[in-house]
Design a binder for this molecule. Sequence first.
Ligand SMILES: [Cu+2]
Length: 160
Amino acid sequence: MQYSLTLAATLLASACSVAASSARAESFRNGAIEIDTPWSRATPPTQTVGGGFMVITNHGSTTDTLLTGSTTLAAELQIHTVTMTDGVMRMRPLDGGLVIEPGQSVVLQPGGYHLMFIGLGKPLQPGDSFDAVLHFEHAGDIAVRFDVQPAGATSPPQRP
Ligand SMILES: [Cu+2]
C-alpha cells in the first residue's frame, strides 16, 4: 500500500512537471519532501561540469537524507558542500548525503551546498531544461526538471 501511494505521488509529480513546463518556477514532491525550482547555470563549451541548485523542504516529522541522484545529461551526479580552508574555497562530495531535518528547508545555491553534474554530454545553454531523479532515504525517488539560467546567475528563475 505504501509503495502504491509513493508510486502514485511520483506519477503525479511527473504529470505536474509536464503540465507546468512553460512556467518559470516549479515544485516537485514525493511524500514529505518538496523540491522547489531546480535550476542550473549555462556552461562554457570547454567545461564538463555543471551545478544544480534548489530548495529542499521536509514537511514530515522524521529526518530524511538526499543520498544520490542521476541525470541523462551527465555521467555522474554528486552532492557537494563548500568549505573554506586557509582562505581557499573548495568543494567536495558530501559524505553520507544531505540531511534535511523535519520542518526545515535546505537551500542549494552557488557558494554552498549544490549538486554537481560531472561529465556533461554537451554545454548547458540558457533556456534549456533537463530532467533528473533525486533519491532520498525515505521519500524515495523524486523526478525533477532543471531550468538553465545564464552563466553567473545567482538566483533561480523568478516566479511570475
Ligand atoms: Cu561541486
